[in-house]
Design a protein around this ligand. Structure first.
Ligand SMILES: Nc1nc2c(ncn2[C@@H]2O[C@H](COP(=O)(O)OP(=O)(O)O)[C@@H](O)[C@H]2O)c(=O)[nH]1
Ligand SMILES: [Mg+2]
Length: 316
């Protein structure tokens, strides 16, 4: 990780950082093809939901960091969009973002789905991992859905993907193997200070997290290509102290006028369902009651527009 860039982006990080004797700190990047289980593992490591997950490809659009701080170490976890063959400007931006994350971290963890045959997608990502400077760990994911025989078989198959410092397996969903993975990664961290203050566990802004939690519900509630054509922007957030209530005004952007009706649904039913589900998660995230106003607007072909992609904050 380029620390100058990190500090430029995170003025709080490292300020007044204490470095107790023997304290270790560093970065781990979670990489792998889409759906390998990167965001689910990040949440399991953190013990709470920070990253959104879904079983459709290309869920994660932000590269961001979460900090796991214990008495002995601070581990900064970098979640990345899955690396894949790009179809549009958004796809290209996401690839650049993931590849940059591999460059300079202390540990690169390549996640491989235990339940799927290792394919060209995994090999393509592994080729990038081989060039990394840091320790290389291969992580077989979703073992709750595999037999011990399948796990053994996949371990054998993954061995030749790179010159691994370690290979491990886990189920982020059930939590088995997650603590062992954290210990394994922590063992590769150098001595160093805290980059994040104790009470800060991610560098995503609250607005971006709110927008992402809403986007996750869109991914869950609609099928086919439509969910991938949407972007979410939070226009306004205001906390009403007297009522312990956060008022959130957010917009779901679609690419074409014809998609507006699909998102809104008959009599507004579909978008209302998104609102109900999102509000539930947002109340957990923010720790107060939430009023959520969702509207739907069209921004023509935004996925081809690099400026708009950056305005949403996706990619780099
Ligand atoms: N059964 C099972 N499913 C998992 C596990 N980890 C992730 N998944 C599922 O796999 C899908 C993709 O996960 P996600 O974390 O979004 O993958 P990413 O694209 O690599 O970030 C989601 O539907 C997850 O619920 C696991 O340990 N066990
Ligand atoms: Mg993800």
């Amino acid at each position: 990780m380029d620390l100058d860039a990190f500090f430029a982006e995170n003025p709080m990080g490292g300020v007044g950082a204490v470095s107790p004797q023997g304290f270790k700190s560093g970065f781990v990047a979670l990489v792998g093809r889409p759906n390998a289980g990167k965001s689910t593992l990040l949440n399991a490591m953190m013990g709470k939901k920070i990253a959104i997950t879904s079983n459709t490809a290309q869920t994660t659009r932000h590269r961001f960091r979460a900090a796991l701080t214990t008495e002995d170490f601070q581990l900064v976890i970098v979640d990345t969009p899955g690396i894949h063959k790009p179809h549009d400007a958004l796809g290209e931006e996401l690839n650049v973002s993931a590849e940059n994350a591999i460059g300079d971290v202390d540990v690169v963890a390549l996640l491989v789905d235990t339940t799927k045959p290792i394919g060209r997608g995994d090999e393509w990502v592994a080729a990038r991992v081989r060039e990394a400077r840091g320790a290389k760990v291969c992580v077989l994911t979703k073992t709750d859905r595999a037999t011990p025989e399948q796990v053994r078989h996949q371990l054998e198959a993954a061995r030749s993907l790179a010159d691994w410092d370690a290979i491990t397996s886990l189920s982020a969903q059930e939590g088995t193997g997650v603590a062992a993975f954290i210990d394994l990664v922590a063992g590769h961290l150098p001595a160093g200070p805290k980059w994040f203050p104790d009470d800060m566990d991610t560098d995503l802004s609250e607005e971006v997290m709110v927008a992402e939690f809403i986007r996750e519900k869109v991914l869950l509630n609609y099928r086919d290509e439509v969910p991938h054509a949407i972007g979410v922007g939070v226009e306004q957030m205001e906390y009403v102290r007297k009522k312990d209530l956060m008022r959130i005004f957010a917009v779901i952007y679609v690419e074409r006028e014809s998609q507006k009706g699909i998102i809104i649904g008959q009599g507004g039913r579909a978008v209302r369902q998104v609102g109900i589900e999102a509000r539930c998660d947002l109340e957990q995230l923010l720790g107060c009651r939430v009023f959520l106003d969702l509207s739907v607007k069209c921004k023509k072909d935004w996925r081809r527009d690099a400026n708009q992609i950056r305005r949403f904050g996706y990619g780099e």
